[in-house]
Design a protein around this ligand. Structure first.
Ligand code: BGC
Ligand code: BGC
Length: 593
């Protein structure tokens, strides 16, 4: 340990004094180290010490070899420990994407994705979910959550639509405000969490067909497949007034709400990469909007600025990026930035400003006093009350779009035919960013399915994956789902449900008197071709690990209260959002029983 008499180590001194004192003691190498973030599989823990790294992250699926809450805690600790062994003992901060619960950890509770929470309009629910999530993060020594996404998706073909609460800016603002209140107040003594508003700015406003991921940034010989990355990371073609009104507005509230980190968007604004956009990042965000926290880049995104890495580093840091999510070749980044400072292409003033921001936030979080959290908190992970909360959330996000012929509520004396693989699949109910980056089909973590829930309500239940049945049922519940995806891998040119899904509905229709369609999806899907075959339709979004709870909605034990936060379109012509005015189910639509 350092000599406690140094000002920066004295927690009773004002943070500005501590930062000044520490900054004065730091070498250039120590400063550039603070500005560097590596992903955990690319860095041996001792290099956190050797290169004075400021931060380490897990990307989606960046899990320990054996994935348990305990091994998570140890893994994170193994990266923080070397930072405490450096000359100045500046704690590294560990970051993850806990976008619907501590979602990389097996058996942690998985909450609904934001698209569902937007439909709930329930800010108190969001606050409680995030508070629960914050506790599980802190239990594993994670102090930084790359969340909330304050994106305002304008085109649901985007593979990140479900990460956004709504296509409507006001709804995004309300929900993300509640998110930050919950995240930043985990109610665990002095320990605290850092949120991250992302992706600054216009990530949800890109135009289909404008994505250009340079080949030099792709790993190995990987080529972007023709049907992916069509809108994710693309160009937001808007004038400044519209950009401010639709996409910048949520950042103003997030800053008011105390957010202390902002992640820059992979996308462009009118052809200029956000990672090189000094006007928006420095003049608008830090200057005009008064953001005094720090700005982090997105995953390897500065590399897209130019084929020449030196240019990338100079432009990105001068644009106002304070910490670089490198995430692989941290040595190259450190060398390059050092060279740029030596050459005078990046000033020491800019470096000091970046480091000052990062250190300020680390002091605010109390990391210098308490880099490790209590081991007993591991009990929060997957705890019963979190599962109850996830049940409540699934119920409050389920949106009833149609209910004819009194198809709902179901009654326990009815014979029920449950159809579709999704009815009994946890992975499909959780979607992307669950255990792995893209998410997976199957029993990927602990949880319950809608089929389990229905069986608790009725004795006469038949389950058929393809909808075939020997006997006719009073009611069929057909569950269809999008296969899990994340980011540009989920960009889709056509949102019509698949022919197999239509066939499933039609086959089931011949075996039931009434048919209830339940949809697990990260965005509205086009169901016009089968709508007449369905007496009732429920958009359950991506409900998470406690999907059995949805049965309580179907049986009328809890009310449907959710309202669409995205327009539900009937044809591809009604996309993007600006063409959706004539769609039958507008934002706000949602029936109750
Ligand atoms: C995503 C971010 C995420 C980061 C770390 C990026 O590719 O765009 O949303 O926080 O990876 O996983
Ligand atoms: C990581 C994600 C990240 C993505 C970006 C993946 O390998 O797991 O977290 O967002 O790369 O391309």
């Amino acid at each position: 340990m350092q000599n406690i008499s140094s000002i920066y180590q004295n927690s009773s001194r004002p943070i500005v004094d501590r930062v000044d004192d520490l900054l004065n003691r730091m070498t250039l190498a120590e400063k550039i180290g603070q500005m560097t973030q590596a992903e955990k599989n690319s860095i041996p823990p001792e290099d956190v010490k050797n290169y004075y790294l400021g931060s380490v992250l897990s990307g989606g699926g960046g899990v320990p070899e054996v994935n348990t809450p305990e091994t998570w805690r140890e893994m994170v600790q193994s990266y923080i420990r070397p930072s405490l062994e450096t000359r100045l003992a500046i704690p590294a901060i560990y970051g993850v994407d806990a976008v619907h619960g501590h979602n990389n950890v097996i058996d942690a509770t998985i909450f609904p994705h934001n698209i569902g929470l937007g439909a709930s309009r329930d800010t108190d629910l969001v606050r409680r979910i995030v508070q629960a999530t914050a506790r599980t993060l802190l239990a594993t020594n994670v102090h930084w959550n790359f969340s909330p996404a304050v994106s305002v998706p304008q085109d649901i073909r985007w593979g990140r639509t479900y990460e956004g609460y709504s296509e409507d800016t006001d709804i995004v603002i309300q929900m993300s405000q509640a998110y930050l209140e919950g995240l930043q107040n985990p109610d665990l003594g002095d320990v605290n969490m850092l949120g991250c508003a992302k992706h600054f700015v216009g990530d949800g406003g890109t135009t289909w067909g404008t994505t250009k991921i340079p080949q030099w940034t792709l790993e190995g010989n990987w080529q972007v497949p023709d049907d992916m990355f069509k809108i994710d990371q693309g160009d937001t073609q808007l004038d400044e007034d519209e950009l401010r009104k639709i996409h910048i507005a949520p950042y103003i509230t997030a800053i008011d709400g105390g957010v202390r980190s902002v992640m820059v968007s992979h996308s462009m604004w009118n052809g200029v990469k956000m990672h090189a956009h000094k006007y928006l990042v420095t003049d608008v965000l830090k200057g005009e909007m008064g953001f005094t926290g720090f700005v982090v880049s997105d995953w390897m995104s500065i590399n897209q600025i130019s084929e020449d890495y030196y240019t990338c580093v100079v432009k990105a840091i001068n644009a106002g990026i304070d910490m670089n999510m490198v995430p692989y070749d941290y040595k190259l980044f450190i060398q390059t930035l050092t060279k740029a400072v030596d050459a005078g292409d990046v000033t020491l003033e800019r470096i000091d400003d970046a480091v000052r921001r990062i250190l300020t936030v680390k002091f605010e979080l109390g990391l210098f006093e308490q880099p490790y959290t209590h081991e007993q908190w591991l009990d929060y992970i997957g705890a019963d009350d979190h599962r109850d909360l996830a049940r409540e959330a699934a119920q409050k996000t389920a949106t009833l779009l149609k209910n004819d012929n009194s198809a709902l509520p179901l009654r326990s004396e009815q014979s029920i035919l449950v159809a579709g693989q999704a009815a009994d699949d946890i992975g499909l109910a959780c979607g992307g960013w669950t255990i792995s980056w893209q998410g997976m089909v199957g029993a990927i973590t602990k949880g319950t399915t809608l089929l389990d829930g229905i069986r608790q309500h009725s004795e006469n239940v038949t389950y058929s994956v393809d909808g075939s049945a020997d006997e006719r049922a009073n009611v069929a519940v057909v569950v269809i789902a999008e296969d899990p995806y994340a980011e540009g891998i989920g960009d889709r040119p056509d949102l019509n449900i698949t022919d197999e899904q239509k066939q499933l509905i039609r086959t089931t229709r011949t075996n039931c008197d009434k048919l209830v369609l339940v949809i697990y999806s990260g965005r509205p899907l086009i169901i016009a071709d089968v709508l007449d075959d369905c007496d009732a339709v429920v958009a359950a979004w991506l409900p998470g690990s406690e999907a059995s709870a949805l049965a309580d909605n179907l049986y009328g034990d809890v009310l449907f209260t959710a309202k669409l936060s995205y327009t539900w379109v009937e044809s591809m012509e009604q996309l993007p959002r600006k063409n959706s005015g004539s769609a039958k189910w507008q934002v706000g639509h949602g029936l109750s029983l």
